[in-house]
Design a protein around this ligand. Structure first.
Ligand SMILES: NC(=O)c1ccc[n+]([C@@H]2O[C@H](COP(=O)([O-])OP(=O)(O)OC[C@H]3O[C@@H](n4cnc5c(N)ncnc54)[C@H](O)[C@@H]3O)[C@@H](O)[C@H]2O)c1
Length: 250
């Protein structure tokens, strides 16, 4: 494997499980010193064990500004700088729209969108202070492009995240900070997901299977690497063709 992140300092939120874990492992395998940040300390520690030398864990509650600021400070204290931030922590909880409570809405938006805002802002402030640029990658979702049953809060959070990516890209370009997002489709991160996605998804999914966390991680790594040096403000979907499919028969 090439070493695109040799000597670089990276942090991954929600790095204790699923897609975040795969991204942390991928960046480390290409030379990054990775800080794995998660609300689940045991899970973060497990990712660190899987990586081995060069990785460390920190506690993060991405909904709390002080916790996000402490995470960035920790990365700088450990590695002297911050080059790559992958803001991945998120929850995909569903509730019918007519029953959706303020508490539910605020929890999903607070974690998925406000949490990403705070991560992006704290990271960007550090990168601007360093004066050597940086790369920020968000983890969006194809649910940010379409309506979905039970997903009013989740979809809105991810749609907001894609627009946040655009605005940050515009304002941070002068600091040589690129901001992009990877948009996963259905990705196999839990045992209870079954062998294949549900029928309504399969019907419009050309590749007709779950993606693997490592397949999302490969795109996140590309967006974090120097080889995507002219790409900013975009969401790059890793979804087996789900977001481009229209008529699937004929
Ligand atoms: N799995 C999918 O099919 C899929 C599809 C599209 C988008 N996504 C997005 O990918 C990201 C990761 O999803 P996943 O399936 O790997 O989820 P996951 O539940 O497997 O992992 C999420 C991680 O985030 C951590 N976390 C939760 N709340 C946190 C908080 N307040 N502060 C810090 N860490 C917190 C969890 O402890 C966990 O380790 C999410 O943003 C999700 O919306 C997932």
């Amino acid at each position: 494997m090439s070493k695109r992140f040799e000597g670089q300092s990276a942090l991954v939120t929600g790095g204790g499980a699923g897609i975040g874990r795969a991204i942390a492992i991928r960046l480390a395998s290409e030379g990054a010193r990775v800080l794995v940040a998660d609300i689940n300390d045991d899970a973060a520690q497990e990712t660190v064990q899987a990586i081995g030398a060069g990785a460390s864990a920190t506690h993060l509650d991405v909904t709390q500004r002080s916790s996000v600021a402490a995470m960035v400070a920790e990365a700088v204290a450990r590695h002297g700088r911050l080059d790559v931030v992958v803001s991945n922590a998120g929850i995909m909880d569903r509730m019918p729209f007519l029953e959706m409570t303020d508490e539910f809405w605020n929890r999903v938006i607070g974690l998925n969108l406000s949490g990403a805002f705070m991560c992006g802002q704290e990271a960007a402030r550090q990168m601007v202070a360093q004066g050597t640029g940086g790369r920020i990658v968000f983890v969006a979702s194809n649910s940010g492009l379409f309506g979905g049953r039970g997903r009013a809060a989740y979809g809105a959070s991810k749609a907001g995240l894609m627009n946040l990516t655009q605005s940050m890209a515009i304002e941070l370009a002068e600091h040589d900070i690129r901001v992009n997002a990877v948009g996963p489709g259905p990705t196999k991160t839990r045992e209870d997901q079954g062998e294949v996605p549900p029928p309504s998804v399969m019907a419009r999914m050309p590749m007709a299977r779950f993606g693997g966390p490592d397949e999302v991680a490969a795109v996140a790594a590309f967006l974090a690497a120097a080889e995507s040096s002219f790409v900013t403000g975009h969401t790059y979907f890793a979804d087996g063709g789900y977001t481009v499919a229209g008529m699937m028969e004929g």
